[in-house]
Design a protein around this ligand. Structure first.
Ligand SMILES: *Cc1c(COP(=O)(O)O)cnc(C)c1O
Length: 322
């Protein structure tokens, strides 16, 4: 059973466990900042041995698809999408076919490998040169697949965001058990917003005063405190509409921080601060980050201005081997 389900037993929010929780926390020393920094390692999450933070969302999205009597999910992303691959492979194990609308992105070795995995995943794939072309084609895709369950990029719908409400409750439990001090700030990368939105709502529900700091790494859509806090409020609305007794909860733009300061030029661009953070994490903590998300979130911490104790989320899961 989920923590959320235990807290709100009357709520009709179906859940399927896809990984082992709680994910481990440990202190990170040697980062050269005065704040205490702790790590919560979401990389360890996912029964397939891989996946990271997207699997947390699928624990709520997959059973919601069944609840809606859907056999097919439709979602979107770049041609190297990790989210799309996680949806295809974890969905397949739970009786769901995945249809992907993918948009071209610059090709490098990593994107080539992802493309091969996506081709082998069993998903039905439509590729387009631009977001505009994908949008034009979307009605055709929806009709051809008989109105599949649509999920926005990154799985950041209110249902997907429940995954990080759950993680906030998990963190609250770990704090109560004395595994780590109550964080003043939790720091995560922001790619589509569901992770920080869910966390902000979850801390409110858990009664922690922990603030969420998001290092935005994606400029494909508007991601700031306004849009991410709105997603948190929509997630609260969903919970209430499904019978969770949470009262009126509104998360506003002052309740969380989302800044693009660490993104660099664009999504996927490497930055010197990120490269430095990546090397430092490996050297002092044996922690393997990647340059696009997690290195940039750690770079934000290394600047030294975020209130501590800080809990840093490593959201990056290892890749599937096959
Ligand atoms: C998707 C992703 C994120 C961001 O999560 P969102 O909920 O999309 O904001 C962070 N880190 C990694 C490694 C991701 O793949």
């Amino acid at each position: 059973m989920s923590r959320l389900g235990a807290l709100y037993p009357a709520a009709d929010l179906p859940y399927v466990s896809l990984g082992t929780s709680p994910t481990p926390v440990r202190r990170l020393d040697g980062l050269g900042v005065s704040q205490e920094v702790w790590l919560k390692d979401e990389a360890a999450f996912g029964d397939g041995g891989w996946g990271g933070n997207k699997v947390r969302k699928l624990e709520w999205i997959i059973p919601e698809a069944h609840r809606r009597n859907k056999k097919t999910m439709f979602t979107v992303g770049g041609i190297g999408t990790h989210w799309g691959l996680a949806a295809a492979l974890y969905g397949r194990e739970h009786g769901l076919h995945t249809v992907l609308g993918l948009v071209d992105q610059p090709i490098d070795d990593h994107v080539r490998e992802q493309t091969a995995r996506l081709d082998a995943s069993g998903a039905t794939i439509y590729r387009y040169p631009s977001v505009a072309r994908l949008k034009l084609a979307a009605p055709m895709i929806l009709a051809r697949h008989r109105m599949p369950y649509y999920l926005p990029a990154g799985g950041s719908s209110p249902v997907g965001s429940l995954g990080y409400v759950e993680v906030a409750l998990e963190i609250a439990e770990q704090v109560a058990a004395g595994e780590l001090p109550e964080p003043a700030t939790v720091v995560s990368a922001v790619g589509s917003g569901g992770t920080v939105a869910g966390l902000a709502l979850g801390f409110r529900l858990a009664g922690l005063s922990t603030r969420v700091f998001g290092a935005v790494v994606n400029d494909s859509f508007r991601l700031d405190a306004v849009t991410t806090s709105r997603l948190a409020t929509k997630t609260a609305d969903l919970m209430r509409s499904r019978g969770a007794d949470i009262g009126k909860v509104v998360i506003g733009p002052d309740d969380l921080t989302a800044t693009s300061k660490w993104m660099g030029e664009t999504y996927g661009a490497t930055t010197p601060e990120g490269a430095n953070a990546l090397a430092l994490a490996e050297r002092v903590a044996g922690l393997e980050l990647e340059p696009v998300y997690t290195a940039k979130a750690l770079a934000a911490i290394l600047e030294g201005n975020i209130p501590g104790p800080i809990l840093y989320l490593n959201t990056h899961g290892p890749r599937p081997v096959a």
